[in-house]
Design a protein around this ligand. Structure first.
Ligand code: UD1
Length: 430
């Protein structure tokens, strides 16, 4: 088991480069098997979830090459199995994208029920509703979701709740359905737009991505393409919060500042200075930050995947902040760990009352999920003394070279795998 061990107290300074968006890359990799031609993807992050999904498409017969660390070539012409029950696939939520992709291309798919972070109940009823509306029969049994259709036929689909996954999944299947599909009450997240742009570059005819109504004229075939994945707004936001919590001054490069607006707005309200450039943001945090209110909402609202990181920033800001989680009902589990570092936060259902303390103190904490794990690392960077974050497996699902990038900004953090290494680190920094 690996850990991060951190000696806190150093303000982060310098420059950091953000990678491609994990959540966009996952959907795009699944969509890449919808053509028999080769697809070349760049700016693909080298993170565990992406590698698990690449393993899964290889397992059903696709050819996957990685000529460079962030470049992946995929050829789906050799797919010989439409059942995805690869060992690790249950651990990632995005496995469900293979349903939409394979159903669209082969009219048949079977995928193990998705897992992912334990942040609340994670239903897929809206995905199923969409597939059924396109004419597919969908069945759940023995831990697998199976979908098949003689013909996929366009329809008008209203999503009862805004769902990123359902929007993308229906979008993929409808791209190869007969006729014009309209999806209403769509998610507007940048990665929905990225997947639509990617599919259009393969010959799909999708309009309106990024608005609440997407129109898809089904086409017969998709063809090969070269495509670069958008920058990861959550990785960027995580670094922005790390700078805010440590009182630093950092330029965060390879970002689309528009995608970061909600995080930028909240950090500015808390007293940070955020300067936007064409493809970078600079965050400067001086003195003690102040309280504010945050409520997570679908894009362009404040992202739920930034909630734990922002709460950590507010936990040491002056005054009382209120953080409302409206997407995942179980996303405050990390608060107990943060309390071990001195935080004073009361959680009432989906609302956290954050009474800012002067500072965190280093402790041994466990990473309960991907984003909460990153948030605990931020707390460790800001804390007095030594913090050990256990279970960093979760963090590695979505952050590439997290410790190295933080070291580049002056943080004292190391990835270790034994008590002996933790002791060595303590000796080194004392
Ligand atoms: C994606 C992201 C995840 C992020 C979330 C919200 C990936 C791999 N994961 O997850 O990191 O936190 O968007 O931005 O991209 N819902 C239903 N029925 C459904 C589907 C969803 O009720 O069929 C509900 C969920 O319980 C949740 C809300 O809709 O309350 C939003 O979920 P959704 O946008 O679908 O999240 P994911 O796509 O799974």
């Amino acid at each position: 088991m690996e850990q991060y061990v951190i000696k806190g107290g150093n303000p982060l300074t310098g420059e950091v480069e953000i990678g491609g968006a994990k959540n966009a890359a996952l959907a795009i990799i699944a969509a890449a098997v919808m053509t028999d031609d080769t697809v070349r993807l760049s700016n693909v992050p080298d993170v565990r979830d992406v590698n698990v999904l690449l393993g899964a498409i290889e397992d059903i017969g696709a050819v996957v090459k990685r000529p460079e660390k962030h470049v992946v070539e995929i050829n789906g012409s050799t797919i010989h199995r439409l059942s995805v029950d690869y060992d690790y696939i249950k651990r990632i939520r995005a496995s469900y994208y293979l349903l939409g992709a394979l159903l669209g291309k082969y009219h048949k798919a079977e995928v193990a029920l998705p897992g992912g972070c334990d942040i609340g109940s994670r239903p897929i009823d809206l995905h199923i509703k969409g597939f059924r509306a396109l004419g597919a029969s969908v069945d759940i049994s023995y831990g697998l979701i199976s979908a098949h259709a003689d013909r996929l036929v366009a329809n008008h689909i209203y999503l009862d709740k805004v769902s990123v996954g359902a929007t993308i999944n229906i979008l993929m299947a409808a791209s190869l359905a007969e006729g014009k599909t309209v999806i209403d009450n769509c998610a507007r997240e940048p990665h929905v737009v990225d997947v639509a742009n990617f599919l259009n570059s393969m010959g799909a005819d999708i309009r309106g991505a990024g608005t609440e109504s997407i129109r898809i004229n089904g086409v017969k075939h998709l063809h090969g393409t070269e495509y670069s994945v958008i920058p990861d707004m959550i990785e960027a936001g995580t670094f922005m919060c790390a700078v805010a919590a440590t009182g630093g001054d950092v330029t965060i490069r390879n970002v689309i500042p528009k995608h970061l607006e909600a995080t930028t707005a909240k950090l500015a309200e808390a007293g940070c200075q955020v300067v936007e450039y064409d493809d970078a943001v600079k965050v400067i945090a001086k003195g003690r930050l102040k309280h504010t209110q945050v409520a997570t909402l679908p894009y362009p609202g404040f992202p739920t995947d930034m909630q734990p990181q922002m709460t950590v920033v507010l936990g040491i800001a002056e005054g009382t902040s209120v953080v409302t989680e409206s997407i995942w009902e179980n996303r405050f589990k990390y608060v107990d760990e943060l309390a071990r570092m001195g935080a004073n936060i009361q959680v009432e259902g989906t609302i956290a009352i954050v009474n800012g303390v002067d500072h965190y103190t280093g402790a041994r904490v466990q990473s309960p999920d991907l984003r909460a794990g990153a948030a605990l690392v931020i707390a460790g960077l800001a804390a007095d003394g030594i913090t050990v974050v256990d279970d960093i497996y979760y963090i590695q699902r979505g952050y590439e070279s997290f410790a190295e990038k933080l070291q580049g900004l002056g943080a004292q953090i190391e990835q270790v795998s034994s008590e002996h290494e933790i002791q060595k680190f303590k000796l080194k920094v004392s």
